[in-house]
Design a protein around this ligand. Structure first.
Ligand code: NDP
Length: 362
């Protein structure tokens, strides 16, 4: 518990004292815009770099301690995020707190779960608790726990298997990408719409770092030696997922930013009464959330290093099983929101692009 608290408050202190660019969030229901300090990537470089150096170069730090104390740290994270949720719920009743639309229903259990207050802040409004918990201790912690698993294997066997390396590199890239693009989080549903309550606090601090690392943890107990062919297969699946994920997201982003851009000007679209256009060819002509499919395939590649033996054990494949349910649920929520936004145009669009996530299947 002491190590967990030192980690959480140490990262919080770094967030406060280290400089970082500032960015404004979206306009809030009360007409205000909040300013955010963005230094997640710097803190990541500092902490992850220190762990690499002291763990693998100077060998002064036994990162395998994270493996040995995994259950204790997980327990600490659960206790801490639950305590934080109680504080968030209680403090949301203070005068002037801006409440979230769906977290302030008056049903205490529901509101505790969803989060009442939209953007709880400390230090006279300078420290945004929700944005901090979304990206800093949990996401960096996820990368560090994976590194701890690799260190444990290295200390025990003198080497790191290709499977462990792949899991670490794949997930490290994902974490770095999220931290590098910190500003992008300011327009996501989590920041603009959801309150900060148990769901996000527990998700950010306990769920993400301790369940997304289950494949790396499994590989310490059951090291898998991938053949060159198996390694190529894993890399191929990762590349396939990444091409779909990046291709689809970039196509939509580019089109939304400038429809006349030569890279997207050829795409067929459906003009809507709302004024925006929905793309109906290219990636977005294959399925209405083809980007989710690409993301999920990448998730499968994260688990595949655990091999067939891992498949039988289920645990190392936890991420892609859980992620499938998350994406299916998210697609339903977005579909509902789009039906409200676009009305009859959405029905026309669904008739033109028939599949939800997986072309010809779902
Ligand atoms: P999308 O990027 O799919 O955005 C959905 C919105 O895009 C719709 O509400 C609509 O908004 C617009 N849109 C939908 N269809 C079209 C179309 N044909 N043409 C143009 N615009 C369209 O969803 P998310 O924000 O949920 O996901 C973004 C990425 O983040 C995904 O790749 C997803 O996999 C990933 N993600 C990862 C998570 C994780 O835990 N790892 C969790 C959640 C998401 P409008 O028309 O108003 O612009």
């Amino acid at each position: 518990m002491l190590v967990y608290l030192a980690w959480f408050f140490g990262v919080a202190l770094l967030h406060v004292i280290l400089p970082g660019p500032k960015a404004e969030g979206v306009v809030l229901p009360n007409g205000q815009r909040l300013t955010y300090k963005l230094n997640a990537f710097r803190i990541f470089l500092l902490t992850y770099g220190a762990a690499l150096y002291f763990g693998f170069v100077s060998r002064q730090l036994d990162l395998g301690w994270l493996y040995d104390n995994f259950a204790q740290l997980l327990t600490a994270a659960i206790i801490f995020s639950s305590g934080l949720s109680v504080y968030l719920y209680a403090s949301s009743f203070q005068k002037g707190a801006l409440l979230s639309g769906h977290g302030a229903t008056g049903y205490p259990a529901y509101d505790f779960w969803m989060g009442r207050e939209l953007n709880p802040r400390l230090l006279r409004g300078a420290f945004d608790l929700k944005e901090f918990c979304e990206l800093y201790p949990g996401m960096i912690g996820w990368a560090l726990i994976n590194l701890g698993m690799a260190h444990k294997q290295w200390a025990a066997t003198g080497s790191i298997t290709t499977s462990m390396l792949l899991v670490n590199v794949f997930q490290l890239y994902y974490v770095m990408d999220a931290l590098w693009c910190e500003k992008a989080i300011l327009t996501t549903m989590d920041i603009t719409t959801d309150g900060f309550g148990f769901m996000l606090a527990f998700g950010d601090l306990a769920w993400v770092p301790f369940t997304f690392t289950s494949c790396a943890r499994y590989l310490v107990d059951y090291p898998q030696h991938l053949s060159p062919a198996a390694t190529c297969l894993v890399l191929g699946v990762k590349l396939l997922g990444y091409s779909i994920f990046r291709g689809a997201n970039s196509q939509k982003d580019m089109f939304r930013a400038n429809p006349a851009d030569p890279a997207v000007a050829h795409l067929r679209t459906l003009k809507t009464e709302r004024g925006t256009q929905l793309i109906i060819s290219g990636w977005w002509g294959t399925a209405r959330h083809i980007n989710y499919f690409g993301d999920w395939i990448m998730g499968v590649a994260w688990c595949m290093p655990a091999g067939v033996q891992g498949l039988a054990a289920v645990v190392p494949y936890f991420y892609c099983i859980y992620f499938a349910s998350l994406l299916i649920h998210r697609e339903r929520r977005d579909e509902h929101a789009c039906r409200l936004k676009y009305g009859k145009d959405w029905d026309k669009y669904c008739a033109l692009v028939r599949y939800r996530i997986v072309p010809y299947l779902y």
